[in-house]
Write a protein of this length. Sequence first.
Length: 127
Amino acid sequence: MVRRELERFRGREIDTAGDGVLATFDGPARAIRCASAAMEAVGRLGLEMRAGLHTGECEVIGEKVSGIAVHTAARVAGQAAASQILVSSTVKDLVAGSAIRFHDAGSHSLKGVPGDWRLYAVEAHMT
């Protein structure tokens, strides 16, 4: 189901680890909408998922991506509760004007990432 939504929203699956998926997108609003659609799809099966999104420069090595932006996204996802999409303030700022609504999820220390990070929860699933 997640792969179907990735295709629908032009996401590119980079890696999987356990039940997690790392994907890249050509824009943050599309990534939020994909996460929301995937969450709704698995919800219809009685399952819950969580998602974390960040945007930044990535180092591309073959088919893989790495760098602090990837690490930050993983840490943001780690802060998300079941059925929650969390985004960094960077993502929130970039989607201004998209009609995606957020509420403040507070300031967090993300392991291995310098500084405190303000995170925002997507208020409603946006498919």
